[in-house]
Design a protein around this ligand. Structure first.
Ligand SMILES: Cc1cc2nc3c(=O)[nH]c(=O)nc-3n(C[C@H](O)[C@H](O)[C@H](O)COP(=O)(O)OP(=O)(O)OC[C@H]3O[C@@H](n4cnc5c(N)ncnc54)[C@H](O)[C@@H]3O)c2cc1C
Length: 458
């Protein structure tokens, strides 16, 4: 039995009353806020960190803008975001990739600034340094949230709330049905990303292209590295085996390094801490301690065994442990692996997506990928938590199975779903219905007007 105390009844000041409240300013949240914004509506975005962007800021390329067949399928606001980054030299073109389907490299710092700029342009009120710790409910309906900050405990009342926290914090507090991990509860492990500078990328590419027998690469032909300067390299299993024989403790079976925006910069995605649950701070703290230790070994490995890294040094460490998986909120529809592999169409489609089921194993250090032949629909019902009103989901926590989430979790899809959630919340207010009851055809029409891509029906 957990020891408990009874909190005295408190009068909590209402800090704001808004039309749409978005909790979490990551890729899903910033798109949701931009999409919900309207001169007649009060839109607010809450973020517990000191910047906007979430995982857009930790050196990861945005995956999934293109379908397996190479068509640009994520358009609308996410594409506008990337085009604005491109205009200032902070995003690449979308690169096709045999392994990850498509990569779009972006600058993390530039993404933070652009997100703030977009919020200002759209009159979204942003409140950073603020953690959403609870919800206010009337019956099944969410009526607002409780926040904690240096200003103490306060309430924000909202007509509609969108949960973009990644971990589904709002939905979980609101009593939504929550699932975690696979049948054994095993979740994909987290990673503490870091970047290295002083990498001789030309040497790395030439070594991989010239000596395929020495430098094995997963799926991607070694020749690819001769022609494309923007890449994620996954492989060099042989080098890891050798390093392990030599006594290094490498947590993963594969080397995973990716180019960034600067010419001598590479980001490293190689720590894996099994068993971490990001909804428990002690577990996440353990994960962070462990990931720092793992990264020290990874740096020794890269310096000693991977061509081009001999003189490289650690430049930036991501300010938080990157969480691949935690709560999945059960909604009116649960997207599953078959839907993805069958490239399924849905009448209530709000985004077309394409990315393999990319499962970093909950135990051991390996990863498996399964590709859908082209692309699939994400239905609106995945954004509606079962049994909770006035709340929409966007980003990593939408309603999927463990396997399907290994595809929907990538940032282009989170952004596209965020855009749809924002527009749905706005439409609900304009038409005076609950978000779950909006006219789906009107939502699709709104999204089409923004440039969102839909497939023609089979
Ligand atoms: C190591 C790693 C590598 C990955 N590699 C790639 C890749 O290469 N390409 C790719 O496209 N995707 C990649 N992904 C997946 C992708 O980054 C995430 O799934 C995606 O960013 C999720 O978006 P989100 O908006 O749902 O959540 P997040 O990006 O996590 O953003 C959530 C935001 O909400 C805030 N927040 C959370 N809780 C609260 C609260 N209670 N109150 C207030 N604010 C809160 C957080 O501070 C954060 O800013 C990777 C993920 C990881 C962890």
């Amino acid at each position: 039995m957990v020891k408990e105390i009874i909190e005295p009844v408190q009068h909590i000041p209402v800090r704001a009353e808004v039309d749409v409240l978005i909790v979490g300013g990551g890729p899903a949240g910033i798109m949701a806020a931009e999409a919900a914004a309207d001169k007649n509506l009060k839109v607010m975005l809450l973020e517990n960190r000191s910047y906007l962007g979430g995982n857009l800021t930790i050196g990861l390329p945005i995956l999934g803008f293109l379908s397996r067949k190479g068509k640009e399928i994520i358009k609308g606001l996410p594409l506008k975001f990337v085009k604005r980054l491109r205009a200032i030299g902070q995003a690449t073109e979308h690169r096709r990739c045999p392994l990850h389907v498509s990569l779009t490299m972006i600058g993390g710092e530039a993404s933070k600034k652009l997100a703030m700029k977009i919020m200002e342009e759209n009159n979204v009120e942003v409140l950073m340094y603020t953690f959403c710790s609870d919800v206010i409910k009337e019956g099944k309906d969410v009526k607002g949230v409780i926040i904690e900050s240096k200003a103490g405990r306060q309430a924000i009342l909202a007509k509609n709330v969108i949960d973009c926290t990644g971990d589904g914090d709002v939905a979980a507090r609101a009593g939504a049905i929550v699932e975690k991990g696979n049948e054994q509860g095993g979740m994909q492990p987290p990673t503490l990303m870091f970047s290295m500078k002083g990498v001789n990328i030309k040497k790395l590419c030439e070594s991989v292209a010239d000596y395929p027998e020495l430098y094995d690469v997963d799926i991607i032909p070694n020749e690819f590295f001769r022609v494309d300067a923007n890449f994620t390299l996954v492989g060099m299993r042989n080098q890891i085996k050798q390093a392990r024989k030599d006594g290094l403790h490498i947590p993963v079976e594969r080397t995973i390094v990716m180019t960034g925006i600067d010419p001598d910069e590479m980001w490293v995605n190689m720590s894996r801490v099994n068993g971490v649950d990001s909804t428990d701070p002690a577990s996440e703290t353990f994960g962070t301690f462990e990931a720092y230790k793992q990264n020290d070994e990874v740096v020794r490995y890269l310096n000693g065994y991977v061509p081009g890294f001999e003189n490289a040094w650690v430049d930036k460490v991501a300010p938080f442990l990157g969480i691949r998986e935690s709560r999945r909120i059960i909604g009116e529809y649960i997207l599953n692996k078959d839907d993805i592999m069958a490239c399924r169409h849905f009448d209530d489609v709000i985004a077309v997506a394409s990315y393999p089921i990319d499962l970093h194993h909950p135990v051991g250090g390996d990863c498996t990928l399964e590709w859908c032949p082209d692309c699939y629909d994400v239905p609106f019902r995945c954004l509606i938590p079962k049994g909770v009103g006035n709340l929409l989901l966007a980003g990593r926590c939408i309603s999927t199975t463990h396997e399907a989430m290994a595809s929907t979790r990538v940032m282009s899809i989170c952004m596209a779903v965020g855009e749809a959630a924002g527009k749905a919340a706005r439409l609900a207010i304009e038409t005076n219905v609950k978000p779950a009851d909006i006219d789906i055809k009107s939502l699709q029409e709104n999204l089409r007007e923004e440039g969102v891509y839909f497939r023609s029906k089979k």
